[in-house]
Design a protein around this ligand. Structure first.
Ligand SMILES: Cc1ncc(COP(=O)(O)O)c(C=O)c1O
Length: 360
């Protein structure tokens, strides 16, 4: 007997990259470095310290964590925000779902620019929000004309702009964002900065525009730069009005005390984690140069992954890499594969395998 599931969910598969057990996993844009030993020890100690109080519900509003996040935002971007301008949840996925729960819904529309992170369409589907994806320019960039004209054609309530974008790695300039914000004062503009900490020198964060535009929301995550994908901690930086709005739709006690204490502990280690970020950035830049010299095409990336092509049969190329123990992601435009930057030894194995599968 089939269950009376919503029509939109019929014959749909759950989101997720294949989890295949191979030696080199470069498919989900994780940080390849484990958290440093001192952080692991501090997490164990701090979790043990609260474990005896787990019979009680925790601080529902995660005030202490939000205060620490505000401190980190100031250090990373030079922008001073209050904890009331920050909201935290289980991954930036949950943050963006909450944004559509508050600002989307029946009769409302969300807009994005493809290729981009495919979860935007799922948040829209799950909140009964109409979803429109407009194509990016040929080189995957975004410009003010493209976005402003899509805004006037589609009149969305919420716009998702990933910068750096997944899967292309491309960042949007703040001049473009400024034009969009001027043209869209009644639209919620979400700039998804999941990969912001990997941006190249001179690429600024949209957080610098938050004070001026209450409808701008910047989302970030500790899954990538902080090497904490398994913790599930994402956050937004916006106006206090925005934080008030998402609090209306959050589930009671949505963010566990264990998550809060682990995230808070890791924030204290931001400078220790910096050297791994620097390493990932320089490996990425080296990989882009190597790829071009080896006859591949790539796109300059501000993230911890690179789009690499072009393969006439990308599925065959993906499989051939798996056969050589390397898992990458078959996602985004045809003929391209998305490759997460790994450790130095993983990159050596990857390069050797890529040279072997080149003609595919
Ligand atoms: C563009 C983008 N945004 C958001 C996320 C979600 O990250 P998380 O829910 O782990 O914070 C991802 C994850 O890969 C992503 O690629």
């Amino acid at each position: 007997m089939s269950l009376p599931i919503r029509d939109e969910l019929k014959n749909v598969s759950p989101y997720g990259a294949p989890q295949i057990d191979v030696p080199v996993k470069l498919n989900t844009n994780e940080n390849p470095y484990s958290p440093p030993a001192a952080l692991v020890e501090a997490i164990a100690k701090n979790v043990a310290a609260i474990a005896g109080g787990l019979n009680r519900y925790q601080d529902r509003d995660a005030l202490h964590l939000r205060e620490s996040l505000a401190g980190y935002v100031l250090r990373d971007t030079g922008v001073s925000v209050s904890r009331e301008q920050i909201w935290a949840a289980n991954g930036s996925n949950e943050i963006m779902l909450q944004i559509l729960q508050a600002f989307g819904g029946p009769g409302r529309k969300a807009l994005t620019f493809s290729p981009t992170y495919s979860m935007y369409g799922e948040y829209a589907r799950d909140t009964n929000t109409e979803f429109v994806a407009v194509a990016r320019r040929e080189d995957f960039s975004l410009d003010a004309e493209l976005i402003v004209s899509a805004l006037s054609i589609h009149r969305p309530h919420v716009v998702f702009l990933a910068s750096p974008n997944n899967p292309t790695g491309t960042a949007m300039s703040l001049d473009v964002l400024d034009s969009v914000l001027k043209a869209a004062q009644n639209t919620i503009i979400v700039v998804d900065e999941a990969y912001a900490e990997f941006r190249r020198e001179g690429v600024d964060s949209a957080i610098t525009r938050v004070a001026k535009y209450p409808n701008l929301v910047v989302t970030r995550t500790m899954s990538k730069a902080f090497a904490l994908a398994g913790v599930r901690l994402g956050y937004l930086i916006s106006s206090t009005e925005m934080v008030d709005a998402v609090q209306l739709v959050r589930l009671p006690y949505h963010l566990s005390s264990v998550t809060q204490v682990v995230a808070n502990t890791a924030l204290g280690f931001a400078s220790e984690l910096q050297k791994d970020l620097d390493q990932i950035r320089s490996s990425r830049d080296e990989f882009v140069v190597w790829a071009a010299q080896s006859g591949f095409e790539t796109i300059q990336s501000d993230a911890n992954f690179v789009l690499l092509g072009q393969f006439s049969d990308r599925h065959a190329a993906w499989q051939a890499l798996v056969d050589r123990g390397v898992l990458v992601r078959e996602v985004g435009p045809d003929h391209w594969l998305r490759i997460t930057i790994g450790t130095a030894s993983e990159m050596e194995i990857l390069k050797k395998a890529l040279l072997e599968v080149k003609g595919l």
